[in-house]
Design a protein around this ligand. Sequence first.
Ligand code: AMP
Ligand code: GLY
Length: 422
Amino acid sequence: MKILVVGGGGREHAIIKKIKENKSVEQVFALPGNGGIAKDATCVAISATDIPAIVNFATQNKIDYAIVAPDDPLVLGAVDALEEKGIPCFGPNANAAIIEGSKVFSKNLMKKYNIPTAEYEVFDNMEKALEYLETAPIPTVVKADGLALGKGVIIAQTRNEAKAAVVSIMKDKMFGKSGDHIVIEEFLTGPEVSVLSFTDGKTVVPMISSMDHKRAGDNDTGLNTGGMGTVAPNPYYTEDIAKQCMETIFIPTMNAMNSEGRSFKGCLYFGLMLTPNGPKVIEYNCRFGDPETQVVLPLLESDLLTVMQAVTNGELSKTEVKFSNKNACCVIMASKGYPASYEKGFEMTIPESINNSVYVAGATLKDEKLLTNGGRVLGATAVANTLEQAIDEAYKLVGQISFDNAYYRKDIGAKALKAVKN
Ligand code: AMP
Ligand code: GLY
């Protein structure tokens, strides 16, 4: 089979490595991929959002199956466009990807179908939003409606901070048109859990839970990033909580999307907060999380391509999705300065012997040398019998990789380990 993967980050590298375990896979193309992915797939310089070019490439190269991984092409309708040409795809149609593409949509969906989430108000008028903030409970959370590279959420500790956030989103348009509508919501507390799931619109199968580390600095300080590391499973996510989430969140969300005529097939990501009043949804994503995928897929024992095809064919209920009972830890190595400004173009050294444990996110090949080319540069993942061992081994991998201006958090998994030991 010829497989096409749209995207070019660590998540896509993890998907590609896993897909290749299937013996029927002859060739994998990554659009655009990156210098590190080039070891495992044929990278083609087509942007992940250039849908006409993607469709053109897929038809000309007789692609048998396409996996659209990032949010933007999904929201823009890449799956719809490929399906129109008869190419089977993994990923939701645009009318379902809106669950991530619009926070106003997802909040209204949860309210309509009684799915637990933070209390909220929606505004399309800045004056009204500022007036509401005069009396709103503080701290509060201000969110731009549309996709904003994971940065469209501002947690305001004071009324003035909240007002400044509203002005920069709605007036100064710091996230462009994403800020035409905003959500102002209740500040929730509790451990966060990421649960990725496979769903074909009829069955929802949660994958092993994980814990992201979103802040740039140790002890959850500094700016929000796309994610600086992950562990799986997440020790806060007990069997009881999993059962409760299945009943109050996962199945109701799948059914709600069906009732709205927006059946979701693909990977539906539940960003949850385990509050004192039970698990609540912080956000939905219409795709695999990054870097959650870099710990979840290494623990998947079933064949990924088979499961994905079952999702596409509506046969997920007949397909086994099995995870190992080991632990995984992924440490992201970034360019110093990320998520603000950083330099790139530094040569990377990754020993051949650990290649299987490394997912490259931001690198380019020049004269056969791998050079850094992004904020998040790579993820190093270790799988072990205990969480403690997985963390230890992930940092040993990091110790073997070098490039100038490398930065990584030193405490990935520390909070989870504390929870395990308590
Ligand atoms: P999001 O992009 O929606 O995942 O938000 C980014 C991060 O902001 C989340 O991972 C949470 O840590 C935090 N966050 C978002 N919404 C809330 C909320 N209502 N209460 C507390 N923290 C939140
Ligand atoms: N790691 C969070 C995300 O993929 O949105």
